[in-house]
Design a protein around this ligand. Sequence first.
Ligand SMILES: Cc1ncc(COP(=O)(O)O)c(C=O)c1O
Length: 411
Amino acid sequence: MTTLTTRINARPVTLRMPSFVTRRMDLHHVTRIEELMGGEHVHVWKRPGPGAVMLAGNDYLCLANEPTLIEAQIHTMQGNGGQNLMSAVYLQAGSRQHMLEEKFADFLGAEQTVLAQSGWAANVGLLQSIAGPGVPVYLDIMAHASLWDGVQLGGGKGVPFLHNNMEHLERQIHKHGAGVIVVDALYSTDGSLAPLHDVVAIAERSGSVLVVDESHSLGTHGPRGAGLVIETGLEERVHFRTASLAKAFAGRAGIITCSSRFKGYFLSESRPAIFSSCLLNHELAWFDAAIDFVEQADGRRAALRRVTDEVRTGLGRLGYCVDEGSEQIVALEVGTEPKTLVLRKALENRGIQGAVFCAPATPKNRALVRLTLNCGLSKREIARLLSACADMREEVDLENWTSTIRRRRVH
Ligand SMILES: Cc1ncc(COP(=O)(O)O)c(C=O)c1O
């Protein structure tokens, strides 16, 4: 196949493309979708029916429809302040973004913060800025892809270590020398927590820089929702915290904690900061109001904890291996992509929607359906989820999932 069909003025036009592109497209369309998956795409779910339980988003504290936040955004959009349609490099002292960065710094107990257009931009820009050519960067194998991308962009040497395995991390540092250690506070595929005290101790002993991605713990964990680093009292011992604000903060941005001196350097070094436009005023207004809301949201955090415990306990009793994680992200790890498709259909036929995670988001044969919980899930919705999971065990061949086999080996 060497052509691409497109439409110009509703008339299909076929352009020839060289094989270095079409070979790769064929790997997706022919080898993966047609041959491996029988023509179905793993990510394309059936439209959910009435009463379906949606467990695919990351709005953990149910902020997306919060009237005070929406009003703050509308008010800004209707104002006549205009927009800063330019790179953050050109923002001046006293700008709305700089003021919000200081408010976030107070919230996070940090000297300074810098906002980015997304969590991806924050992580890529940070890793690119601190790990130059040849610098070893030790990443937990389950650390988010954006962190690995930043290492690649900066020319650092990515050195993986086994998930949460501190002996392996120490062995790798012994072999390659001091560098940058990168972990997620709460891992995005299975809801497991990093052993932050141990990671900090290793970073200090080895003279390494430490980066902790708090995307899934900011807002949901810690006093006032300020995250796990604050909860563990480690904020003065972690060099950089990053987060996507597209999870519990329910907007579109990313953030990095840092020193004032680093911030000045970052804005002249990070390629996503320099070469892509900054956030818009109504996006800043959302986060300004969201910080106040999140700080007060202890009731929602407690509700999320209750929902998490109920779902995890229920799934465990049904024979699902969910004890590798403990938080609001629950992995149903099946193994291969075709088996994941069977699971997806079993769930959607019972009115449950999650998110399929497969390569490159997981290792090739550790594909899974991820269920993300939120504080607004009702007893009835949790019961529906657990009843679906009880009912489908044979249909999805639970006994032979990779996660089930792994647990049988351990016990
Ligand atoms: C742990 C982690 N870091 C970073 C990101 C990237 O965030 P964003 O979606 O804001 O680009 C994500 C989102 O998937 C994530 O889960």
